[in-house]
Design a protein around this ligand. Structure first.
Ligand code: F0G
Length: 431
């Protein structure tokens, strides 16, 4: 008999705090597909491979379910009877679903008229108290935090540490599915919880799977000059906090004393290879995966280095001007020697179309920011040869189908109308 997936808190119980591993509230989330995107890899060229972690395959159609099984389990085990969240849509859908299963009251605060219809329908279907606030997501989050501070209600936004514990399991799955750590992981960034959780996950899995040594090494054909540049905001942040990372690079021939742990390590090593040992600011060894985070141009506080009072993008899920986990996200990028960049709405929609047309995966616009960012970085020459690249597609396209029904000029894409007549239909089909 096939092995049945039991949900992330059970599957990865040994890597989770004890309070999250009993009386679990689950919809058997996680275990999502990692799909190879050959056409996208070919477009980038240079021998890279690209893999899509399709989080739209979770029970409520987004990655939020990984964190919500943990947050709702934790709230229930702590005796809470009510939860609250601010949301651009997916968190509210997930919180409502898990609360329904747990028998908790769920209240959600959403920016008025700014969340996709599918997500609103989910929250209402699962009987959440939905309040539309005359403000943006950031305003909703301030209100939700105050509610949790002053009333008997638990906040289940990604500020809640249990959320991070659940969401980090996506990184474990990627390594399990790939059989190695990716060289680069691309991810959309909104409130910045997910990039924080992935980096936590990669690091913890790195420590767990390589406990016998304190050195982690990746090999590749990149040279030091290929190292991604840091965003100005990141440099400012690092200078301001006096935080830095050390990177030691040696030629492959100097690597005899280094232990190589990547599953297919050595396969790309040659005279031009470099061996990279990455040490985090705290001096601990970091996972060999560079975190590449992408924001929408109209909502890019981490890239541009200031709060966006009026964030704007068609990718409503990441329309956020003041991310709650900004510092953690910047630390993840700096510690992993990753990068942060922004992508335009046009680039996001083009990437969504490319993904739909060439891989069979339908993701929502915000999700496509990861591939839009990857393609933009590739054009800048930042993608090293032979890199193994993973990208999170955070939510399902069915949640927000409106943009898939438009072409790049905004004109409606409609089905062809035809009479109930065989030869006419065949002609229309070009048969
Ligand atoms: N992609 C999707 C589809 C999302 O719904 C979100 C966040 C993100 C990316 C960004 O993740 O916030 O952890 O950086 N959605 C939240 C919500 C804000 O309320 O559903 P993040």
């Amino acid at each position: 008999m096939a092995k049945l997936w039991r949900g992330v808190l059970t599957e990865y119980a040994d890597l989770l705090p004890a309070n999250l591993t009993h009386n679990i509230v689950t919809l058997q989330e996680g275990g999502t597909p990692l799909i190879e995107a050959r056409a996208i890899a070919e477009q980038i060229g240079n021998g890279v491979s690209v893999w899509l972690k399709f989080e739209g395959a979770n029970p409520t159609g987004s990655f939020k379910d990984r964190g919500m099984t943990a947050a709702i389990t934790d709230a229930k085990n702590a005796g809470s009877q009510a939860v609250v969240c601010a949301s651009t849509g997916n968190t509210s859908a997930s919180a409502a679903a898990y609360s329904a299963q747990a028998g908790l009251t769920c209240s959600v605060l959403v920016p008025q008229g700014k969340i996709a219809m599918g997500k609103l329908a989910q929250a209402i279907a699962h009987n959440a108290k939905v309040i539309q606030i005359d403000g943006n997501f950031d305003d909703c989050l301030v209100l939700a935090r105050k509610l949790a501070e002053n009333y008997l209600v638990t906040l289940v936004n990604s500020i809640n540490p249990a959320r991070m514990q659940g969401q980090k399991t996506a990184a474990f799955e990627i390594v399990d599915q790939l059989g190695r750590f990716p060289d680069i992981h691309c991810i959309p960034v909104g409130n910045a919880g997910n990039i924080t959780a992935y980096w936590m996950g990669f690091q913890e899995y790195c420590r767990k799977t390589h406990l016998d040594t304190d050195t982690v090494v990746t090999t590749g054909t990149a040279t030091a000059a290929d190292a991604p540049s840091k965003s100005p905001a990141l440099v400012g942040y690092l200078n301001g906090r006096g935080v830095g990372v050390t990177i030691s690079r040696t030629n492959a021939s100097d690597s005899d004393t280094a232990t190589d742990h990547t599953a297919n390590a050595g396969s790309t090593a040659n005279d031009t290879s470099v061996v990279t040992e990455i040490h985090s600011a705290t001096g601990t060894v970091a996972a060999p995966t560079a975190m590449w985070g992408f924001q929408a141009e109209g909502a890019a506080p981490l890239v541009d280095g200031y709060i966006f009072e009026h964030p704007e993008t068609i990718a409503s899920a990441i329309r956020i001007g003041n991310p709650a986990r900004a510092e953690d996200a910047l630390a993840a990028v700096s510690e992993s020697q990753g990068l942060l960049d922004k992508v335009s709405d046009t680039e996001i929609l083009a990437a969504q179309k490319l993904i739909s047309n060439t891989t069979g995966v339908f993701c929502e616009p915000a999700s496509a920011a990861s591939i839009a960012g990857l393609l933009k970085s590739a054009k800048k020459g930042l993608v090293p040869a032979n890199a193994t690249i993973t990208a999170t597609l955070t939510g399902h396209g069915l949640k927000d189908p409106s943009f898939a029904l438009q072409d790049s000029t905004g004109a409606a894409l409609k089905p062809i109308e035809a009479p109930n007549y065989l030869t006419r239909v065949a002609t229309l089909l070009g048969l």
